[in-house]
Design a protein around this ligand. Structure first.
Ligand code: GDP
Length: 489
């Protein structure tokens, strides 16, 4: 098994972490990591959070806001010059003015929001007005799922990737790549074109797994899906190889080349990311699109559980690996939030939350998770629907009303992106176990319990005086209370 990390790395991470803490003493700051697999809702979450704080949105469950202690919230220059800034202003224009969803997260970005507040205790107020700089760090969850690679040799990585690719739900998607890989002689002299063909075919298979109908989650290496600025670089031009001979790769062979690139990926991509970004976080929110997984069927739900297990393993405290040892000492709260709850009626919100709680519990158990406090929440960072009822015969059905995106369909109806429609989304199943059992019996995605259409962002309401209100949401305030409330006490 390959060495996990060298002593040099270990010492450097420890120093970085200390320096970060010392810097924190100068101006109180809290680093909030926002992650989740692609399209989970990170961009929308950050945009709505900032919009609601800056514009004084409706946040009754967020104590500091409810009691009127927040004097002002405003954007400031971020502390890290080398990290791209989260494009908040562009995203607000898209959401509020154009009513289109903003461009999703493709790489890491950062935004500093500073909050001036009054302490809740007279004692606190005596000393000074409080100020908290919230550094929001947005990064793809796919990158987090690379952590286990650090403990895997190229041979182990190849074997695991092949095993995953042969699972029934992936078999057809991975067939082309597997055929190509099987037909390749790993001991033949290294050749760039062969490497590229294999890497492209492997990446195409991973991307196909992500497509709506499948909605699969566990797909390392993360940069194959979210290359950031590494697109086309040699560190990304590799692929697992089947049937590798035991022992060392033959010098100059394709096997040796792929192995070297895989190791380069770990050294130059994965490790620096954990050292420079993850190790410095204080709090973490993990967004999960449970709705889409439920919609795609039991296998997607099982896959989401696997991804959640690996994500939680990254934040596990205690013995295990040096990277996690160092940073989990810092992260003390993790919120697992099921987004897009506005797709279902509030009567189902508790069920959604219960399903995700159970997923998180099972994941935490499998990851032997301990250390940080974990909470679970069903929310919608931006609420794009209203609720209503529709009479059907003698029955009254709870419906949600919104404007489905152009091109969305239900049955034979295709929506034009302008017309409001009432939709009966169906009932969420009672519990996770019955969903997963269905999977074992081989139920198809057509049997999915909920009807899922994407809606346009809402039209913002105006007050009588003509002031536009902040983005509406479901329980964003509860998320805020859990993630930063204690720092504003
Ligand atoms: P990211 O890849 O994690 O940054 O995902 P985004 O934030 O870009 O969200 C992906 C898509 O999910 C958006 O384009 C929206 O269609 C949808 N979405 C995200 N959050 C919400 C939400 O709170 N409510 C609704 N209705 N849709 C959402």
């Amino acid at each position: 098994m390959a060495g996990l990390t060298t002593f040099g790395d270990e010492a450097r991470i420890a120093l970085d972490t200390l320096a970060g803490r010392a810097a924190g003493l100068v101006s109180p700051s809290l680093r909030l990591g926002v992650t989740g697999l692609s399209r989970a809702g990170k961009t929308v979450f950050i945009t709505s959070l900032v919009h609601n704080l800056v514009h004084g949105g409706r946040l009754p469950l967020f104590d500091a806001h409810k009691s009127g202690r927040i004097a002002k919230a405003y954007l400031e220059h971020q502390p890290d010059d080398a990290v791209p800034r989260f494009q908040y202003e562009d995203h607000v224009v898209a959401l509020v003015d154009s009513r289109i969803w903003p461009d999703s997260t493709r790489a890491i970005s950062e935004l500093r929001l500073t909050i001036d507040f009054e302490s809740a205790s007279g004692w606190g107020r005596l000393f000074s007005r409080g100020r908290l700089s919230l550094d929001i760090v947005d990064y793809p969850g796919e990158w987090l799922l690379d952590l286990p690679l650090l403990a895997k040799s190229f041979a182990e990585f190849s074997r695991d990737a092949m095993d995953l690719a042969r699972l029934p739900v992936r078999d057809d998607l991975s067939r082309e790549w597997r055929a190509l890989a099987e037909a390749t002689n790993s001991d033949a002299p290294a050749d760039e074109m062969t490497a590229r063909r294999l890497a492209e075919s492997f990446a195409a298979y991973l991307k196909a797994c992500k497509a709506d109908g499948r909605a699969l989650s566990t797909l390392p290496p993360g940069r194959f899906l979210m290359p950031g600025d590494l697109d086309g670089s040699p560190a990304l031009t590799f692929s697992p190889l089947p049937n590798l001979a035991e022992g060392r790769a033959k010098a100059g062979s394709l096997h040796a080349m792929m192995e070297r690139r895989y190791e380069a990926y770990k050294t130059h991509v994965v490790k620096p990311f954990f050292r420079e970004h993850i190790a410095r976080l204080d709090r973490q929110i993990v967004l999960v699109d449970a709705m889409q997984a439920l919609n795609a069927g039991p296998e997607a739900v099982a896959d989401l559980e696997r991804a959640l297990t690996e994500i939680l393993a990254c934040f596990r405290a205690g013995r295990g690996n040096i990277l996690t040892d160092l940073f989990t000492r810092k992260i003390d709260r993790i919120l697992i939030a099921a987004t897009k709850a506005d797709h279902i009626h509030h009567e189902s919100h508790d069920r959604l939350q219960a399903i995700v709680r159970r997923l998180a519990d099972r994941a935490a158990e499998q990851a032997s998770f301990s250390g940080a406090d974990v909470d679970v929440l069903a929310m919608a960072a931006v609420r794009s629907t209203r609720e209503g009822t529709v009479k059907q015969g003698r029955e009254t059905l709870p419906v949600i009303i919104g404007t489905p995106l152009k091109g969305e369909t239900i049955g034979s109806e295709t929506f034009d992106g302008e017309t409001e429609t009432a939709i009966f989304p169906g009932d969420l199943p009672d519990d996770l176990d019955s969903i997963l059992k269905q999977g074992e019996r081989g139920t198809s995605p057509e049997d999915a319990p909920i009807r899922f259409v994407r809606f346009r962002p809402p039209k913002l309401e105006k007050t009588a005086e003509g002031v536009t209100l902040s983005l509406p949401h479901i329980r964003l305030d509860r998320a805020l209370q859990y993630l930063i409330g204690d720092h504003l006490a």
